[in-house]
Write a protein that binds this ligand. Sequence first.
Ligand code: M6R
Length: 352
Amino acid sequence: GKAGYDHFMLKEIHEQPRALRQCLQGRVDELAGEVTLDIDPDISRVQFVACGTSYHAALYGAALFRAAGVPAQAFLAHEYAIQTPPIEDDLVVAVSQSGETADTLAAIREADRRGADTLALTNVVGSTMARECTDALFIRSGPEIGVAASKTFSAQLTAVNLLALATVGAGDEDVRELIGALRDLPANIQTVLDSSDARSVARDYVDSESFFFIGRGYHHPVALEGALKLKEISYTHAEGFAAGELKHGTLALVTPDTPVFAVVTGDDEAARKTIGNVKEVEARGAPVIAVTDGESDVERYADAVLEVPSTHARTAAVLANVQLQLVAYHIANELGRSIDKPRNLAKSVTVE
Ligand code: M6R
């Protein structure tokens, strides 16, 4: 059942601390500063294939591998299946909650036909992808009933961090610090869940007809996911993109009627550049909702703030996404939408 929550989605959003603990369980040795998985693929290059929310996790995953110096790219599975890129020693990783998505299966089968090793990163142990791929890494989220992916996306982000740390490390980053940030993630998500102002933000902006989401680096997939979630369950137009793309076209659409969610954590170059984009939208009168850890001065340009605990940029992306899940949920709820079963959508898309 829904355990007292109005919707499965809200229940699943609240299950995230537990889902992530399960994902991390027995895989992280903090004393040794090591991640161990029961798979040990040889990795020199990586191609990720996925659809929808899982594609956003794939984009994030590819960025982690690139940060470790490993060539990695994410592809939409349906595009990959029809225009397969050259495969040279690539491990092809399918990211799929269900393990049954037809488009992703087609991509994996094509990769297999071309001789690649394949890895299923999935939630479902007996799924077709888990069976057909050379190897499988399970995200261990437990069943997700809501059509909109929530806890499984957070677990995909966590699992792909584990995959990168276990196989290729973290480049210039301090592995122990990253392991610590992953360990802290469940408690930090709990803090977000306990203190989020997403409901009041949702009430303030529920009447808007169009929303934008921007983020840079690890926050780019979060911006894409924030917009997808809002569209999917509230039926409101939303667009997410890399913050730097704003002035290459979309800025023409920015007005006092288009709230902009800006994900800005830390105080590094990426943060400073995104704040530059925030100033551009603020100058056009758009309401700005900053999703931030308070490390930078982005709040000065924001009409509302959704706070996340300070942590590494990689894990901050997970926390920021939780705030955006709550915003999407509360906007959809204010609008009386069918949150767990949005119109026209199925939990698992088993036709190409
Ligand atoms: O089961 P999968 O992860 O392969 O599903 C892929 C997409 O259909 C899925 O993520 C979809 O975008 C979600 N409903 C989004 O919430």
